[in-house]
Design a protein around this ligand. Sequence first.
Ligand code: KPL
Length: 310
Amino acid sequence: MTAEQPTWHILGAGAIGCLFASYLQRAQHRVELIVRDSVRLSQLQENSGVLLECAETTASTPISGVLPTKITTAITHCLICTKAPQTIAALSALKKYLAPKPILILVQNGMGIRERILQLIPDAIVLNAITTEGAYRRAAFHIVHASTGNTLIGAMELAEQPYAQDAAAALQCELPIAAQENIAQQLWLKLSINSVINPLTALRQCRNGELLKLANIDEVIALLSHEFNALAQAEGYIFSTEFLIGRIKQVMRDTAANYSSMQQDIRAKRHTEIDYINGFIVQRALRHNIACPEHAKLFDAIKQKEHTFM
Ligand code: KPL
């Protein structure tokens, strides 16, 4: 490791944040995991870092944890692994510790956060990552790397793509991480998948694969994909509706045994990412005068659920 290697701050100590922290630390990167409060900091210290279960092995990786108010190393590179609704509040607390032109990499579901971060931190370089690594939390700072995947990092602005290349190169570790040129197209594809699977599984409280057994599922997917595609095209992203339908059903099959993140949020009575998934779609569609009644129905239904426990 050379002296120019950055310190990677990781915001969000959930399963994905801990997964990246562990693999980066194991590859001898400098890592600081930003934890919410002193209770969590003590848990991390008592655990001697993060316990990572992977296939047959379970090993602990010492990770340095830091409270948002106690950061001493200016944040130059940060992986943002919080959920979309928590991101702005978490970043606001860190604003005074950010170096000029910080590289902030969003590793989360949903769209619309980048614009809000740029309002808060106008000189930030905000990149997006899409990861298919599967991880879940067994206990505090004890995670299971359930399935291996890959992570793509890219920039929404062409001029910022070199930052994505540098970041992907600087993040080298055992996890496959690469730069992706057309990340925006990939993010829109992911949005189409999340906009169907997440609210439907949350409303039915079922696993992803169980959606395929619903009598009217083909009709529901087709309606949602059709609305989504009209918006995507207006935004300059070209897919065929059949392609979207095929991908959505493929992800339902590939992740059949999983509970989606929104299903888990509703079950745990947590705020969901609906504002940044179907809410984002409905809002963007308004700008183009495109009607998205089926997405609006899902948005309203999830909001109603949230209101019962907020
Ligand atoms: O991204 C997901 C999520 O749960 O948020 C999917 C792809 C639906 C997998 O569960």
